[in-house]
Design a protein around this ligand. Sequence first.
Ligand code: AMP
Length: 297
Amino acid sequence: MLTVFGSTALDTIRTPKKTLKNVLGGAATFAAISASFFTKPGLIAVVGTDFPKKYHNILKKYLDLDGLSVLKGKTFRYDGKYDETLSVRETLKTELNVLEYFKPSVPKEYQKSDFVYLANNDPVQNTKIIKEFDNVKFSMCDTIEFWIKTKRNDVVKMMKSVDAVVINDEEAKLLTKEGNLIKCAKKIMSWGTRYVIIKKGEHGSLLFYEDQIFPSVGFSLESVLDPTGAGDSFAGAMIGYLASKKKTSASEIKKSIVYGNVMGSFAVEGYGLEGLLRLKKSNIIRRVKQYEKMISF
Ligand code: AMP
């Protein structure tokens, strides 16, 4: 089984063409829904009493919600604005709300999960929760500027406790205080994780393990509407694919990255979760084939 833990949010997303207010988002939401195309994930997250029923229904359609807590108060809120090119995002506001004092615990039926994804979330909560699983075969985490700036030491500690770290290029540089991505990855690996995947937005990603580097391209698109959640969809697809295969070899991790690139590309083609919610498994299979064709020579 796969468990995904992290933020479920009400997002305000400002793109040059459109502003979305209080829409369903959150790193765990994107990751778990993306993973759900490969396996049925359990979600551990918290929302407030203001969380709309229609969003609850969307989560219920894709995920097991035994780990979702509803607490008195407001749901975590994120507000971000993209520049004209959609490649630079500025965070305008991060309101932790119920997430700040959340004391997560793993439901009994999730404790046996062999795959665990710690999506973007408070690193202290992430490090604590990973210890509550009985027999994790493969764990992965992500982080974001907000946590690197407010809880850097805890982010490092969290990265020590997982098998793989997925992180975007700018955040990898901010975290490691290195300017070169190979140096960033080496430093993160020196903290104890075996695999580091550095995401480079539309340019794909770099996987580092042992002394190996595996670069992968993004799926080329002519039209992008909203990049929010692309990184989370990438990571969710990776771990969802691995969980469905029950394998964690380097070659399967490389294949999972192809699925990551493909699911990330669907995510950016719609606003908020739209790109994922309209997907069918057949769309994914078709795009994986196109991707393979694109990179073969
Ligand atoms: P991405 O575009 O992949 O970086 O992910 C964006 C998602 O991460 C949004 O849906 C936000 O709700 C969520 N998010 C933004 N900041 C944080 C944070 N500090 N902690 C947890 N989740 C966050």
